[in-house]
Every structure is written in C-alpha cells, then in structure tokens.
Design a protein around this ligand. Structure first.
Ligand SMILES: C[S@@+](CC[C@H](N)C(=O)[O-])C[C@H]1O[C@@H](n2cnc3c(N)ncnc32)[C@H](O)[C@@H]1O
Length: 241
C-alpha cells in the first residue's frame, strides 16, 4: 500500500515497509502502519501516516511531460461535465496526472503516449494512484489510431499538433460529447479553434486560466506578486450533429 508520511516541513510518498533516510533520521514505515499512526525516525522526529489524495500525488509522482495543474484539471472536469462512467479519450499521457484525476472520479480513460519511456513511468504512476481499473494506457501515436477510435463522451488533448486530432473530433465523439484541448500558447489555441470550426463542432470557447493566491498581511491583503499566474489556454467544443 502507498502512503504519505508527513512531518514538519517534510513529506514522502512511500510503500508500507519502506525505509526513508533523511537529515531528520531514518524512518522505517512499518508493514502494518495504519492511516493516522504517528511514527518516529531513529532521531525522534515525528511523521504522520496519511492516505495520499490526488493533489499529493501531483507533487510526488515521477514526472515526464509537464502535468496539467490541479486547477486546470478542475476546470476541465467542471466545464466538460466529466463524471462517472464517461468514456474519455486522452492524449498525450505524459506524467499521467489528467488521466489519473479522471480515473479517480470514475471515468473510463483510454490514454495515448507515443514515448515508450514515458509510458513506463505513467503506468507506474497509474498503479500508485490505484486507478489501473479505470485508466488504460496505449504506448502508441494517437494519430496512427484515429481511424479505429470512436464513440467517446469526452476527448482531452494536451500534445503538440493537437489540431490533427481535432480535425477528426467529429468521428471520435458521440453526439453531445465534448472536446477539451490544453494549449500552452495562444497561437496553438487559435489553430485548435479554426480546426474545431472546420470540423463542424459547436459551442467553441477558449479560456485563459489564471489563478491568484491571496496574501493576508499585517499591512493589508492582496494577490501574491510572485508564483504561477497563467498556465495555458483551454479550448472547449461540443459535437451536436
Ligand atoms: C505535456 S505532456 C501531457 C501531460 C499530461 N496531460 C499530464 O497531465 O500529465 C504531452 C505528452 O504528449 C505526448 N505526445 C505528443 N504527441 C503525441 C501523439 N501524437 N500521440 C501520443 N502522445 C503524444 C508527448 O510524448 C508528451 O509526453
């Protein structure tokens, strides 16, 4: 079982029975540790055993491609209305964060990754997140399989040249289904919108995703002046006819 052990200013994702070494001492996580147990390093530093939530996995899973940020995952789920039992086609898998989050809410995800080294890491992440029953990873270029893919409730794309897939979106989606494309630059978002129009999709909308954390200080309160503000552009579209 994978757990999160959290101490003062330090946390680790590990298996029960694992030994973690740090400047706080050696922490032996017992095989029979339970959620809520407090365990100590050999130097007496305390750690609490917790069940990892998906936001913890975001910080700790091994990364390949830049993962979708939790706030953008929330927007994708909320704006495309993704829920339990939806058939989702995703590309590229990358680190697997979006697929894992969609699997966690009960969607059945087929995700494509063309880099076989990334496939290995993503498969390991999928198992650590315990969504292997909901997320199937295919180590292939999605473009080669476009002719055999159809009847999906939602298609999510976070890959270079996503337009090529958008061109085929009508055939990939069932009627009423949603397309979601994450684009790091406005030029690629514009190409996606043009392709979605040409493909006959409806309700095409692109949003800029910005999040500002608020700092409550002694002198006054205002948005943080540092940190990530903008992450990317999200384009949504639907197939009606
Ligand atoms: C930015 S990452 C995706 C991150 C992912 N959305 C996440 O949340 O972890 C983009 C990935 O798309 C993959 N990719 C690019 N073109 C592809 C294609 N035609 N078929 C399959 N995978 C592709 C790349 O190898 C890369 O790993």
């Amino acid at each position: 079982m994978i757990v999160l052990v959290v101490g003062e200013n330090r946390e680790y994702l590990c298996r029960l029975g694992e030994e973690i070494g740090s400047d706080l001492g050696i922490l032996s996580v017992p095989e029979d540790a339970e959620i809520g147990d407090v365990i100590e390093t050999h130097l007496g530093n305390k750690f609490t055993v917790m069940e990892p939530r998906v936001t913890d996995l975001f910080r700790h899973l091994e990364r390949t491609g830049t993962p979708i940020l939790p706030r953008d995952v929330g927007l994708i789920i909320g704006m495309a209305g993704i829920g339990q039992g939806d058939r989702v086609l995703d590309a590229g898998t990358g680190t697997g964060i979006l697929s894992i989050c969609l699997g966690r809410i009960g969607a059945n995800v087929t995700t494509y990754e063309k880099n076989l080294k990334f496939v290995e890491v993503a498969q390991d992440n999928i198992i650590k997140a315990k969504v292997e029953d909901n997320v199937e990873i295919r180590g292939r270029d999605i473009i080669e399989d476009l002719d055999i893919l159809n009847n999906f409730s939602v298609v999510t794309l976070d890959m270079k040249n996503a337009e090529v897939v958008v061109d085929h979106a009508r055939y990939l989606l069932k009627t009423g289904g949603s397309l979601v494309v994450y684009s790091p630059f406005i030029e690629s978002a514009k190409r996606v919108v043009e392709c979605a129009r040409n493909a006959g999709l409806s309700d095409i909308k692109t949003i800029d995703t910005i999040q500002r954390e608020i700092e409550f200080g002694e002198r006054g309160s205002r948005p943080q002046t540092r940190g990530v503000g903008h992450s990317g552009y999200l384009t949504f579209a639907r197939k009606y006819t």
